[in-house]
Ligand binder design. Sequence first.
Ligand code: PLZ
Length: 444
Amino acid sequence: MDPIEQRRLLRTEIPGPRSVALQAERTQHLAAGLGVTLPVFVDRADGGVILDVDGNQLIDLASGIAVTSVGAAHPEVSRRVAEQVERFTHTCFLVTEYDGFVQVAAALNRLTPGDHEKRTALFTTGAEAVENAVKIARTYTGRPAVVVLGHAYHGRTNLTMAMTAKNVPYKQGFGPFAPEVYRVPSPYPYRWPGGAEAAAEEAFAQLAEIVTTQIGAGNVAAIVAEPIQGEGGFIVPPPGYLAKVAAFAREHGIVFVADEIQTGFARTGAMFACEHEGVVPDLVTTAKALAAGMPLSAVTGRAEIMDAVAPGGLGGTYAGNPVACAAALAALEVIESEGLVERARQIEALARPRLETLLGADSVVGEVRGRGAMLAMEFVRPGTTDPAPEVAKAVAAQCHREGVVALVCGTFGNVIRLLPPLVISDELLDDALGVIERAVKEAS
Ligand code: PLZ
């Protein structure tokens, strides 16, 4: 197949007539609970472009929510997936083994932070990885409680819903939730009552107090945190916070779990976001960009913790599917050989200054934040920090009409996030940023 030309091209309104027709069919057949950001049906996708069924070429600033970092059809990934599909699609690793699973585990043991002895278990979805990290931490410590942060997102299964902070749409009506999940404040610098400078220390003090006085440190199996909070609003913790939490966990025999499902694999300008602060978690959960779109997730961590669960305690029919493992081995090679960690930093260097020109005392842009190719703008009523979700919605809608796939996030729905494939060209990124700039000015 010819590569898709890497430029934005609008042939019809967005969504076009074919997408509209398919959308009508979708509405007839699909459960209403499945949402959609942009009701456009895709024909092909690669690099920084999504080609829709009406022939429009959209700029991808979503990467399928931080998944297709190497592009949605990287030739090396496609080749290795096709090769694996011809050999076999499935055996169930719990029944008979295959080497791809072992090689992915070895790669994760090598790439994740810290040079201690590690082990990995593969699963299928991000939520499943988080659930298994908790299972492992509970077995290792013999303790029940799990501590999570405000604004956290960890998934949609029963335990991970309990761990996720935001009610609508993730939790409303779905309870009762799993017990023994406790929430401490997120050190959200932009919104910290005592100011950004005080956030690390004060938020940590609150965590320590809640753990020691309300839960009892001896009852806590794990503290689970995203090193940059994703769905919650691309919240970068203030410097020092994660290190303090990791040290506190160590001191109290608590397993510190970094949920790197959204931040992992070069996205933030480091292989893992924990590296920006020199933090070495006990366990790391990964998924998304790991296998370039094939469903694969992992828990990687200290050998003594990972090995606490007896044989048979971990698994799943599809866990570490061989096709997904082949994709992961290719994607990890591409991330390293194409220098995508460095590329994420270049994307930040191109995009951040452009977004920052939109800041100002009477601007709707309250803050520009993030790291690498995980950047966001938080919208507020000018002159205040009151969330302005209607502005984020209007900016996203305008971007969509102009052929740029932009995503909204944040507890208050007032954040526009940029998650381009790391292989996006400078020209495409530049074009997309121009669209965003005009959309923000119009929405102001
Ligand atoms: N942990 C940090 O970002 C998934 C959710 C999309 P799954 N984020 C995208 C949606 O609305 O369902 C995510 C994450 C972090 C865990 C998960 C869960 O990963 O693969 O979606 O289960």
